[in-house]
Design a protein around this ligand. Structure first.
Ligand SMILES: [Fe+2]
Length: 340
């Protein structure tokens, strides 16, 4: 326990005392989460009501949670790691901090493309990384694929965030998986040549830059656009921009997940699996996806009204573990091509 307290002291904004007192009780499950507590707490509370299992949660960013799991080793109190991006989930598997889970419920409700082939992690919600265009300065149909972002026609017109960002690394990894390193490298070089500015800011900043006239095109995740449309302060900005579903009729739009896995040294493995199974239930799927402006991973679950307006789309069915497999290669390639 002393070990845990020492580590815990470094984390702010968590109710550490209650977490500490509870970590070793029998009917608990301890979650390390890269998602904000407000976005998931109501769901966890409902799980507790239904099962009597208390959920303790510690929030931090994905990188911090992984280093923490690594340094804690077998002393970790964490039973579940909840994080975003298949690239991060794969890194956690590679770091040896997850264990495989066998569950008929998870296998049945999480489509194969959205989980680790050996059960080390499972997608819980889905997002697409797509193209946004200026409604004012571009026509509908002016761009219809990721490949076209490298077309000289768009010189100086593309806004996209830095290559440090895992979402971009995963997008590039998906291209490597489909087309190989050489074709992808040419594409990245073309994309870098088309950038309107040195990469800066997050996904929402790219959408804002299109609205502000700094570029005609941006790349961003769908939920950021959803949040902007749902927020009175940013709706007018978002409405100047149109969402483009890329590569429809071809391999489909690049998708990624938020997801979770049971930790290697979980002390409450059964409870951990029950929590994951709960999170893929229809009700939980709808709520979790809606709270985050994301898509449920489970088929046949209703999506939120904001997302319904985005329309139906075809998504890339690449197994997302490939995004992790090609991550290193993607990072090196982006570096060579001068993507800051
Ligand atoms: Fe994000």
């Amino acid at each position: 326990m002393g070990h845990w307290i020492r580590h815990a002291a470094r984390l702010a904004a968590v109710s550490l005392l209650s977490f500490c007192a509870a970590v070793q009780a029998a009917d608990v499950v301890n979650v390390y989460s890269a998602r904000k507590e407000v976005l998931i707490r109501p769901l966890l509370d409902r799980f507790s009501e239904q099962t009597g299992i208390r959920v303790n949660m510690l929030s931090a960013d994905a990188g911090a949670l992984l280093s923490r799991l690594r340094s804690e080793g077998r002393n970790t109190p964490a039973d579940v790691l909840l994080t975003v991006d298949a690239g991060n989930l794969h890194r956690a598997r590679e770091a040896g901090v997850l264990q495989p889970t066998e569950s008929k419920v998870l296998d049945e409700h999480v489509p194969a493309a959205f989980r680790d082939p050996e059960g080390y992690w499972f997608g819980l919600s889905k997002r697409a990384r797509v193209i946004f265009r200026s409604k004012e300065r571009t026509e509908q149909g002016a761009i219809d694929s990721y490949e076209a972002l490298a077309d000289p026609r768009w010189r100086g017109e593309v806004c996209i965030r830095s290559s440090n960002n895992i979402y971009n690394q995963s997008l590039v990894a998906s291209l490597i998986a489909h087309q190989g390193v050489e074709v992808t490298e040419n594409w990245v070089e073309g994309l870098v040549a088309n950038m309107a500015r040195s990469p800066q800011g997050g996904d929402r900043d790219q959408i804002r830059a299109v609205a502000a006239g700094q570029c005609d095109l941006a790349v961003a995740n769908t939920y950021y656009f959803g949040r902007m449309l749902a927020d009175e302060d940013s709706r007018a900005v978002a409405e100047q921009v149109a969402l483009v579903w890329p590569n429809q009729g071809g391999r489909g739009a690049h998708v990624n997940v938020s997801g979770a896995g049971v930790t290697k040294h979980a002390k409450h493995t059964e409870n951990a699996v029950r929590l994951l199974e709960y999170l893929v239930g229809s009700e939980a799927q709808r709520w979790y996806a809606e709270a985050n402006f994301e898509y449920p991973v489970r088929e046949g679950v209703e999506i939120s009204p904001v997302l319904r307006e985005f329309g139906e789309f075809q998504s890339d069915d690449l197994n997302l573990s490939k995004l992790g497999v090609y991550n290193d290669e993607a990072v090196r390639l982006m570096d060579r091509a001068g993507w800051r």
